[in-house]
Write a protein that binds this ligand. Structure first.
Ligand code: PCD
Ligand SMILES: [Cu+]
Length: 806
């Protein structure tokens, strides 16, 4: 060896593998405005479609007159439910086992529902056409309040379900009832409450909100009549599922459907489901023989595609006087809007809400969820959350604070007292999950030490005394949140979407020069998969990440996978990537053994190649092995170096975290200041610490938005009153607090590289931290629970209701 021989550290650093803060490779094109999004797709002769939408939340559609619209220059066709019926597509199946109107069929059930689709030579003409379609409505009484949905005299929303006493998830109790789902031991739980020394009960609502990604939902459909092939470019978080669904409902052979998800400008759950726009654009292309583009505008996005949350959670905890929890009872009223279009694994009508026991050792628990119809937009997506996990985390974290208040205990102490202990993992929760790993006490104590928690509590006590003496008008809140997430859907034993098991996949093909291409069934929407997936491969096989090209989103080339949402990509596809890489490595080892003339077992992997044990100078680099794979493989071995892996995870992964929000609120104006926000996340093995930090910043910002103002609100008559960014809170850099991030590392024992998801965690843990801070600030004035979102007005209103403002 001479001075020019790289050291082991240098060889390892050159790979930019796992643990490296590798710069995001996709940002080279994004930061130069060179991304390629759906709206950048411009095909020859392409037409544009736009929707006529209902101004009424509930009405009978008496007549649709398109004669004037068809006279508008450029307008070529007006598609209605009647047109769709000729191809059997007036209704479409939803992911939740319900059906949904593609275009109004006799009735409309929510404001801005799609009524007709106008196809024109350009978007302006389509818009002019929309204004000329005359629809005659007969308004019906709207049902807005979910608590009144099952009243005897509640209006009948879904006439198509008349007489159906059961749905996709069992019996229905009422004409507006969708399902009842219950888990846990009711008798044991009721008994725990009977003998409890202390109990709390609170109705905790998680309001309706919306993911509102920067890029709205859109597609370009192009039908080739000669070949009978349909190509769909679209903003799809799950391209393969879209291909299968289109094949099943449009009765087109699956190999003749090409689904391509190009760059996506944020998904956040909004782009998981199937929307009427996709069907209408596809039908319009089949009818006209031309490509048809559909691009949602912001108002349409906020009011018609996939809301999130809208869970009303009546929550009870039973405990002993000294603060040991003994039982949890939760009833959820879930407002699903006009159709049950929730994006959840098929067997889970309320997603993974049964993670509601949180990070605590509840000996028994019972949960029941009732889903109901109202005259609101359908959806129910996981807005930065793995299937209703954020609702569950909010529910339990708020309730633990309420219990602490009742017991006059510190909320952090109460949590420490009830945490699942490290030695209890794998832990079986009372509601049926097996938590794979965790070390909650360490994370919580690290949070408390780093933030100076005890000193902050002392300061708060002093401020409260000063407030009572009339020396200040400012109150201080400490929002503690400790969450356990459940991500990585999922094991085929209990997770499928429309019957397809929720595995994921990776295919790696190495080229002769030591470079390669890797494809997965996932689809990045900004998460940085092109960067991180290459890092996993780099560490596993010893080829620099820069030499691995990652490609996702084309169903013709990518192996089948279930897509990116629910922070499943790292737990599922991330595992498939490692497994595929290990297959490459195993073959490489045989090739190296042959070339180095030793037995395979005499080789050991050393950063970027194989070395003969005990003979360090006998080494073959992975790069050279790639070359050899194409010219001198051992006799009998197939040439080439590629591998595919389909990974069915044995369990979910359970990331967790300890968050603290320090907030000051001026009672006279309701104006709050987030003084400090500390977020400790444990996502097991960290692939790219810089990307993780970015994910945490993004998720916390969305949590801040939701907790402090973001809401989709309907007035009493069913009008959406938050249909644009004028009223729907979208924080900018001005409002967004500063984030402090931290971590511990508790690897997942069953994941090949020990990684857990992280993308959604900050949203799941962030919302309760903000809400607990506000509630903690007001608690000494006598309140137990103040409803989100905590905007200035509501804070002022709370102060006034509590008598703190004249
Ligand atoms: N341990 C670890 C984990 C993770 N990671 C990283 O991080 C990321 C993330 O991951 P995850 O967690 O696995 O996840 P994903 O699956 O990939 O994704 C998903 C998520 O993601 C998040 N984030 C984001 N970002 C952005 N930029 N954009 C977007 O859109 C978004 N979205 C959101 C959401 S909402 Mo859902 O859908 O609601 O369910 S779910 C979600 C990526 O890159 C990865 O690689 C690392 O590094 N490490
Ligand atoms: Cu969710």
């Amino acid at each position: 060896m001479n001075d020019l021989t790289p050291t082991r550290e240098q060889r390892s650093a050159a790979l930019e593998g796992m643990g490296c803060k590798r710069k995001r490779v996709e940002d080279i094109r994004f930061t130069q405005g060179k991304g390629n999004y759906v709206d950048d797709v411009k095909l020859p002769g392409m037409l544009h479609g736009d929707f006529v939408r209902s101004p009424h939340p509930h009405a009978r559609v008496k007549k649709i007159d398109d004669s004037e619209a068809l006279k508008v220059p450029g307008v070529l066709a007006v598609i209605t439910a009647e047109t769709l019926k000729t191809v059997n597509l007036a209704w479409m199946p939803t992911l939740a086992g319900d059906v949904q109107m593609v275009l109004a069929d006799g009735k409309v059930l929510f404001q801005n529902q799609e009524v007709a689709f106008v196809v024109a030579t350009d978007r302006y003409a389509a818009d002019d056409g929309i204004n000329k379609v005359i629809v005659e409505y007969e308004p019906l009484p709207p049902l807005v309040d979910p608590f009144k949905s099952m009243d005897k005299d509640a209006p009948v929303l879904r006439e198509d379900l008349a007489g159906k006493t059961s749905g996709a998830h069992g019996p229905r109790k009422h004409h507006n009832h969708i399902f009842e789902w219950s888990v846990g031991d009711k008798e044991l739980t009721d008994a725990a409450f009977k003998k409890a020394e202390v109990t709390i009960k609170e109705m905790i609502s998680y309001h309706r909100t919306h993911p509102s990604p920067l890029e709205t939902c859109q597609c370009v459909c192009s039908f080739d009549k000669i070949k009978g092939e349909l190509t769909i470019y679209g903003t799809f978080q799950a391209p393969h599922v879209i291909r299968t669904v289109v094949s099943l409902i449009a009765k087109l052979p699956e190999q003749k459907i090409h689904v391509i998800a190009p760059d996506i400008g944020g998904g956040f759950g909004n782009k998981v489901g199937a929307y009427p726009g996709y069907i209408c654009a596809a039908v319009a292309s089949i009818v006209t023989g031309k490509p048809v583009k559909w691009v949602e505008d912001r108002i349409e996005n906020l009011t018609a595609t996939s809301f999130a949350r809208d869970y009303h959670m009546t929550t009870e905890i039973a405990a002993s006087k000294d603060g040991k929890v003994t039982g949890l009872r939760v009833h959820v009223l879930a407002d699903h809007g006009a159709f049950d279009a929730c994006a959840d694994p098929s067997k889970w009508p309320a997603g993974f809400f049964n993670i509601v026991t949180g990070s605590y050792d509840f000996p028994t628990a019972h949960l029941a969820v009732d889903g109901v119809y109202t005259n609101k937009a359908p959806g129910g997506v996981a807005y930065r959350c793995s299937f209703r996990v954020t609702e569950a985390a909010y529910c339990i974290e708020r309730a633990m604070d309420i219990l602490a208040q009742k017991l006059n205990m510190d909320p952090a102490e109460l949590r420490l007292k009830n945490f699942i202990k490290p030695e209890q993992f794998p832990y079986h929760s009372a509601l049926g999950w097996e938590y794979d790993s965790g070390d909650y006490h360490t994370a919580m104590r690290k949070m408390m030490e780093t933030t100076g928690y005890a000193a902050l509590r002392k300061e708060q006590a002093e401020k409260r005394a000063a407030f009572k003496r009339g020396e200040t008008r400012e109150i201080m809140g400490l929002g503690v949140s400790f969450f356990t997430e459940i991500v990585g859907a999922g094991p085929s034993k209990n997770c499928d979407i429309l019957g397809i098991a929720m595995f994921d996949s990776c295919e790696i093909r190495m080229h002769p020069t030591g470079a390669g291409i890797a494809r997965m069934g996932t689809k990045s929407q900004g998460q940085g998969h092109e960067t991180t997936w290459a890092q996993i491969i780099a560490t596993e096989i010893g080829i620099p990440a820069d030499n691995i090209m990652v490609e996702e989103g084309n169903t013709d080339t990518a192996p089948y996978g279930l897509g990116t949402y629910g922070s499943r990509s790292t737990p599922v596809a991330g595992a498939a990537i490692a497994m595929a890489a290990r297959k490459i490595k195993a073959k490489a080892q045989m090739i190296a053994a042959y070339k180095l003339e030793v037995h395979e077992d005499d080789l050991e992997f050393d950063i970027d190649g194989f070395r003969v044990k005990g003979l360090p100078e006998k080494f073959m680099s992975m790069k050279d092995i790639c070359w050899a794979a194409y010219n001198s493989v051992p006799p009998g071995m197939e040439p080439g170096l590629e591998a595919v892996s389909y990974y069915d995870p044995p369990n979910m992964t359970y990331p967790f975290g300890a968050y603290l929000c320090v907030m000051d609120i001026d009672v006279d104006t309701g104006v709050y200041k987030v003084r400090r926000f500390y977020a400790l996340d444990d996502c097991g093995t960290r692939i790219n610490p810089m990307i993780i930090e970015g994910q945490v910043h993004g998720g916390l910002t969305e949590a801040f938005a939701i907790a402090m103002g973001q809401e989709i609100r309907y007035d009493d008559t069913g009008n959406v009153v938050t249909g644009s960014f004028m009223d729907f809170f979208m924080p900018t850099a001005v409002e967004t607090p500063h984030w402090e991030t931290d971590f511990t590392v508790t690897p997942s024992p069953h994941h090949p590289i020990g990684a857990k998801g992280v993308g959604e965690s900050p949203n799941v843990g962030g919302v309760p931290a903000f809400s607990n801070a506000v509630n903690d600030a007001f608690s000494f004035l006598g309140s137990t629970h103040i409803q989100m979102p905590h905007d200035f007005w509501r804070n002022w209103r709370a102060a006034k209701d509590l008598g703190a403002v004249a």
